[in-house]
Design a protein around this ligand. Structure first.
Ligand SMILES: *Cc1c(COP(=O)(O)O)cnc(C)c1O
Length: 425
């Protein structure tokens, strides 16, 4: 069930039981607000899997990591910084079953290699070179391989994670070679991983499962775990399809059972969601600072831009939007078609655009300066992609849990923005 309070073309006055106007007045705008109960609900949805490994790159505030940790979720880290975040949130490095932190990427940069060695972290290798590099620092360990099965899914060139155009993973016909490499590097291949993102396309997913079985057979019974990757979809607008989680699990479970029978021991099944856990919980509250007409078009210009939420400008992503009147009243109003723009000196700074950058308008309640725009489903790939463009500070983040709104990140100050800059003497 859709769990975000913003349904589109509506008035919204509370988020997770908290008053939007009070949140805005207390923390300033723009501000990100997250609803812990929604994350917990999404975690429960995936209880059938042996391990839920959160792809923290989607929303990585340490309070969020602490929250998912308390709900039994383990994590992925794609950089040295994400490893440090996980540890700061209470995760323990090491080779437990399942490991609490796994470094997963297509390369080790220098900082990542250093931190993996320091904490003896398990690694999911996305390129053959990583096998040799890991063997040199952690000989005797198990590794998992991220495989590109030779096909991907999805229409967006920027989000496709398989096939010849993708930079991700180890090409499927190099698995035998990687097994040799691993042996030479004194490593054992203990798991296989595919992150293709079939979403709601179960026929496509069964192809991925088939590719997983084939690849695992090439390595043999040292395999003790498989990972289905992430890519579980979130509903952003009416008409988006829900994933049939029971059918999704059934396909992966059958693959796991087949491999367990062939190998003669249990195979654990991991899933690795990012947006599925974190998208719906999030809101970006902005204030409308100008309402202006350009020929036929009406613009609401708000104080948030792509420095706060980049998905629309990057991918043409749709976010549900609602208005909260300045006085917090929920009385019905008429509607207008409006284009929503931000404050940045960049013509692409428009929240209502489609893939390819085509500007569109949105039917929204009639609003004036001082009213709030609430952008829904902004938890995943929102704050984590924010920038200081136009010398705008990173904004505050608030986590609402058990009826309490806690500030989990203070807004940056000017001093934070220029830290490290120097005028040469
Ligand atoms: C980004 C990523 C995920 C999460 O993707 P979502 O689409 O947010 O679920 C999972 N696994 C890997 C390896 C990733 O890079």
């Amino acid at each position: 069930m859709y769990a975000n309070a913003v349904v589109g073309n509506s008035i919204v006055t509370t988020i997770a039981g908290q008053s939007v106007t009070e949140l805005a007045q207390k923390h300033g705008t723009p501000v990100f607000v997250y609803d812990a109960a929604v994350i917990a609900e999404r975690i429960r949805d995936l209880a059938a899997f042996d391990a839920i490994r959160y792809a923290q790159k989607a929303l990585s505030n340490i309070a969020i990591l602490d929250l998912v940790r308390r709900h039994g979720v383990v994590v992925d880290a794609v950089s040295a910084g994400e490893v440090q975040r996980a540890i700061a949130a209470g995760y323990k490095p090491g080779h437990a079953h399942p490991p609490q932190i796994v470094y997963t990427a297509d390369i080790f940069d220098r900082a990542a290699l250093e931190i993996v060695a320091k904490y003896d972290l398990p690694v999911n290798c996305g390129s053959p070179d990583m096998i040799d590099q890991y063997g040199a620092i952690c000989p005797g360990r198990g590794i998992t391989l991220r495989i590109n099965p030779g096909f991907g899914h999805g229409h967006s060139k920027k989000t496709n994670t398989g096939g010849q155009q993708s930079k991700h993973g180890i090409w499927h016909d190099q698995v035998a070679d990687c097994a040799e490499r691993a042996k030479r590097a004194n490593l054992t291949i203990t798991g296989m991983h595919m992150h293709i993102g079939s979403g709601t396309d179960l026929e496509h997913l069964s192809q991925v499962c088939g590719a997983m079985e084939k690849t695992c057979r090439l390595v043999g019974p040292t395999i003790t775990s498989i990972s289905a990757g992430g890519g579980l979809p979130t509903i952003y607008k009416p008409g988006d399809k829900y994933v049939d989680l029971a059918a999704y699990f059934k396909l992966w479970d059958a693959t796991r059972q087949k491999l367990a029978n062939e190998f003669g021991h249990a195979i654990s099944l991991e899933i690795e969601p990012g947006r599925y856990l974190s998208a719906e919980c999030g809101y970006l509250i902005a204030e409308i600072r100008a309402v202006k007409r350009m020929g036929e078009n009406l613009f609401y210009i708000v104080d948030a831009g792509f420095n706060n939420l980049a998905r629309p400008i990057l991918y043409g992503s749709h976010h549900p939007m609602a208005i909260c009147p300045a006085d917090g009243s929920s009385a019905a109003r008429g509607t207008q078609d409006a284009i929503i723009g931000g404050p940045l000196c960049e013509s692409g700074d428009i929240f209502t655009q489609e893939e390819g950058g085509f500007v569109v308008s949105r039917e929204l309640p009639t609003a004036s300066v001082g009213d709030y725009l609430v952008i829904g489903c902004a938890g995943a790939y929102g704050y984590v992609m924010a920038s200081n463009y136009n010398s705008k500070p990173l904004v505050a983040e608030v986590l609402v849990e058990n009826g309490k709104a806690n500030l989990v990140r203070a807004a940056q100050t000017f001093e934070d923005i220029v830290r490290g800059e120097v005028i040469p003497k």
